[in-house]
Write a protein that binds this ligand. Structure first.
Ligand code: ZN
Ligand code: ZN
Length: 277
């Protein structure tokens, strides 16, 4: 089986509001997104398909076939539109990112010849995307930034071993990074609000649990969590999972960019145990 992905772009307006609710209720649940006149985004859509390699041609599916199906659908239904008013599906369904992904999945699944739809990912901007595969679950990923110093040093190793293993990262004063943190939650969009989680609530939890704790700090010296724990990005990802998972019940994944070149993912201990089985 081979997987291939095609990226496309469109822009659209949307508004998160329920007409039967008062202005106050809409504001409370949807925040600034509840503006009835709408606001807009430049969306980036990634469509991933899978299929068998055809020996004669050396391809799975002609990418122009994907373009023909997906681009014409986007142009007809989404691009340049006020979704709540101009797309019949979103007259009754709030066009949240996770709901647009479900709509795209249902509309495109089975429509591209010679391949199977595998994954749809939709970026609302660089800091928010939603994705869906075959299960009814939809995932929503929010990206955050914090800068932090750390020193890689394990108490279980000698000074010489630490220096040999971590090199300049073992510098006694430490060094720093621009970390980018991805917090992914998973769920089925709520039939009323179209959301799997309230982004404003996730933002608040991440701010309280992560940013206030770690941003502009020295992990080894300023935090309880890493007083006796080597602050490798592996450990940072696990600690962040442990801090967030009691507050975010549908937490699915922690993704951590230590630098642009180093990226770490953690799915929690239960998933890891079942992987091992
Ligand atoms: Zn929006
Ligand atoms: Zn480092």
């Amino acid at each position: 089986m081979l997987y291939l992905s095609r990226k496309m772009y469109f822009s659209a307006l949307h508004s998160y509001r329920i007409d039967e609710w008062s202005e106050e209720e809409n504001k409370k649940v949807f925040g600034p997104c509840s503006n009835k006149n709408g606001h807009g985004h430049d969306y980036t859509l990634e469509v991933m398909v899978k299929g068998e390699l055809e020996r004669k041609s050396g391809i799975v599916v002609n990418i122009t076939n994907i373009d023909r199906v997906v681009k014409s659908f986007i142009q007809k239904q989404l691009d340049g539109k006020f979704l709540n008013k101009e797309n019949p599906y979103f007259v009754d369904n709030i066009p949240t990112t996770e709901k647009i992904v479900s709509y795209l999945w249902d509309s495109l699944d089975g429509k591209i010849d010679n391949c199977t739809l595998h994954k749809i990912r939709l970026y609302e901007n660089d800091f928010l995307y939603s994705e869906k595969e075959t299960t009814p679950m939809v995932r929503l990923t929010r990206k955050y930034h914090f800068c932090t110093a750390h020193r890689l040093h394990s108490e279980h190793l000698s000074n010489e071993e630490n220096l040999a293993l971590f090199g300049k990262c073992n510098n006694p004063y430490g060094h720093g990074h621009n970390y980018y943190l991805e917090v992914t939650v998973s769920g089925v969009p709520d039939p009323v609000t179209g959301m799997i989680a309230n982004i404003a609530e996730i933002d608040k939890i991440v701010d309280e649990e992560i940013s206030q704790r770690f941003d502009h700090k020295h992990l080894n010296l300023d935090t309880e969590e890493f007083k006796d724990l080597n602050p490798t990005s592996e450990n940072v990802a696990v600690v962040i999972w442990d801090l967030l998972s009691p507050k975010l019940t549908n937490l699915f994944k922690i993704g951590l960019y230590e630098t642009e070149k180093n990226y770490f993912e953690y799915y929690g201990s239960e998933v890891e145990e079942s992987y091992g089985k």
